[in-house]
Ligand binder design. Structure first.
Ligand SMILES: [Zn+2]
Length: 410
C-alpha cells in the first residue's frame, strides 16, 4: 500500500505535539520528539538517507540534486508543534468524503459546528474530502498538513527521475507556536539558499509580507507622598500612566485596523503611586510607519508629563521582527517562481500579507529568505480546524513544480 498525503496526515495528527510557552526546555515539550522520530524514519524510508532528528528537536534531510546545473539549494519547512490555545491530546480525525455543502456538526461535541457563514472557504470544497476533528481537540493541520505535503512531494521527487531538481533540503521545526521555532536551527548545517514555509491557509496563496514589530516599555517615576499632605505635591504614576493610555489614538488599535494598517497596542500595565510601567507592541508593514508610531507615542508621553514637573519617564524600544518583504524584494525570483508553481499546479495565485510574524520572517533576516506557501488548513488553533485532501494534493503539486522551476531557470 502506498502512502498518500491524506494517509500521512492522518498518521501525524494523532501524535500530540503541543508546545508550551511556560517551559524553558528545548524543545518546550519532549513529546514533539515523538513525531520528530517518526518523520526522520519515514524520510529515510522514502530515500532521504541523511534524515535525522537532532537533540533540539529539529528534523533535517537532503534530497541530492539530479542535475548538473548550478541550482540554488531550496528548503521546504514546516513546524511539528500545535498551538497551546486548544488541546491536541487524543485527536480523532474524521474524513467527510465527497462533502456536499452545508454546516458540519462535529460528532464528539455537537455544540461545535463549522458554519459555512463563518467559513465561506467551505463553498470551494464541494465534492472534496474534508478532514475535521470530533470537536474535542484542535486538528493540527497547522502545520501537519505542511509536513504531510512536504514528505509526499519528497517521495514523488525521489521516485521519479524525470523530475529534474537541484539539492532540496527538508526542515521540520518544533515550537513555532510559542515563537521559538528558529531559536536552535542550524542554518550552516542546513546549507540552503532559499526556503519556503508551508504554513499558510487557502490553496493558491503565497505570503511574502509580515508586520514589522517592536515592543515598547514605558517606565514612569512619579512623586509619592502621604495622601494627607499631598496637595500640590503628589504626582501619582498610576494617573500619569492612565492619561498616556487614554490618549493613544483610537483609530490606531488592533480592534480598529485591518489590511495594511498598523497599530499601537498596550499589552500590560502595572503601577503604584511611585512607579508605573506600560508595555506596548507596535506593528506596521513599513519601517517608517513603525518609527512614526513610536515617535507619536513618545510625543504623547512627553505631553502628558508636562503637567507633572517632578516626574520622569524612560521609554525603551525592543526590536521583535521585521517585514520579510524587505529581504524578499532583493531576489524577486523567490516569490515569482512560487507564483508560477501555483499556476502550473492549476490555481490562480494570490499574493498576501500576514498581520503577524512567521518563522519565515525571522529566517529571512537570519539570511535565509523565506516566504510562506499555503498548506490548505483553515480555522487554525481551534476545534473547528479543517483541511481537504484535494487542497493538500494541490500543495504537493506546488512543491514538485517549484523544485522543477528552480532547475529549469538556473
Ligand atoms: Zn502554523
Amino acid at each position: 500500500m502506498t502512502d498518500t498525503v491524506l494517509s500521512r496526515f492522518l498518521r501525524y495528527v494523532v501524535i500530540d505535539t503541543q508546545s508550551d510557552p511556560t517551559s524553558s526546555s528545548q524543545p518546550t515539550t519532549e513529546k514533539q520528539k515523538d513525531l520528530g522520530r517518526l518523520l526522520a524514519a519515514e524520510l529515510k524510508a522514502i530515500g532521504v538517507e541523511d534524515a535525522h532528528l537532532d537533540e533540539h528537536g529539529y528534523v533535517y534531510g537532503t534530497i541530492p540534486a539530479n542535475t548538473d546545473k548550478a541550482v540554488p539549494v531550496i528548503c521546504f519547512c514546516s513546524h511539528m508543534d500545535t498551538a497551546p490555545d486548544f488541546s491536541g491530546t487524543g485527536v480523532k480525525p474524521q474524513v467527510i468524503e465527497n462533502y456536499r455543502g452545508g454546516d458540519i456538526t462535529l460528532p464528539g461535541d455537537p455544540s461545535r459546528v463549522i458554519r459555512v457563514a463563518e467559513h465561506p472557504e467551505l463553498l470551494n470544497q464541494i465534492g472534496h474530502d474534508v478532514v475535521t476533528t470530533d470537536g474535542t481537540t484542535l486538528l493540527g493541520a497547522d502545520d501537519k498538513a505542511g509536513i504531510a505535503e512536504i514528505i509526499t512531494a519528497a517521495a514523488e521527487i525521489i521516485a521519479n527521475p524525470a523530475i529534474r531538481h537541484g539539492t532540496i533540503k527538508i526542515l521540520f521545526t518544533p515550537d513555532e507556536e510559542v515563537g521559538r521555532g528558529v531559536n536552535r536551527v542550524d542554518l550552516e548545517k542546513l546549507g540552503a539558499d532559499i526556503a519556503y514555509t508551508l504554513d499558510g491557509e487557502t490553496a493558491g496563496h503565497v505570503e511574502d509580507e509580515t508586520f514589522s514589530a517592536d515592543g515598547v516599555e514605558i517606565e514612569i517615576t512619579g512623586v509619592a507622598i502621604h495622601p494627607g499632605f499631598a496637595k500640590g505635591r503628589m504626582e501619582n504614576a498610576i494617573r500619569i500612566a492612565s492619561s498616556i493610555i487614554a490618549r493613544l489614538p483610537q483609530h490606531m488599535a488592533p480592534e480598529t485596523t485591518e489590511g495594511r494598517e498598523g497599530f499601537l497596542h498596550p499589552t500590560d500595565l502595572e503601577g503604584s503611586m511611585e512607579k508605573a510601567r506600560i508595555s506596548l507592541i507596535v506593528r506596521d508593514f513599513t519601517l517608517e510607519g513603525l518609527k512614526e508610531k513610536e515617535a507619536l507615542l513618545e510625543d504623547i508621553v512627553k505631553d502628558v508629563l508636562r503637567a507633572y514637573p517632578g516626574s520622569s519617564y524612560r521609554l525603551t524600544v525592543t526590536e521583535q521582527y521585521r517585514n520579510m518583504k524587505e529581504v524578499l524584494d532583493r531576489n524577486p525570483a523567490i516569490v515569482e517562481h512560487a507564483l508560477e508553481a501555483i499556476r502550473r499546479a492549476g490555481m490562480e495565485p494570490v499574493r498576501g500579507s500576514i498581520r503577524g510574524g512567521t518563522d519565515g520572517s525571522r529566517l529571512s533576516f537570519m539570511g535565509l529568505p523565506c516566504p510562506n506557501l499555503f498548506a490548505g488548513g483553515h480555522a487554525f488553533h481551534s476545534p473547528l480546524e479543517w483541511v481537504s485532501r484535494q487542497d493538500m494534493e494541490k500543495a504537493v503539486r506546488t512543491i514538485v513544480e517549484l523544485a522543477q522551476i528552480w532547475e529549469e531557470r538556473a
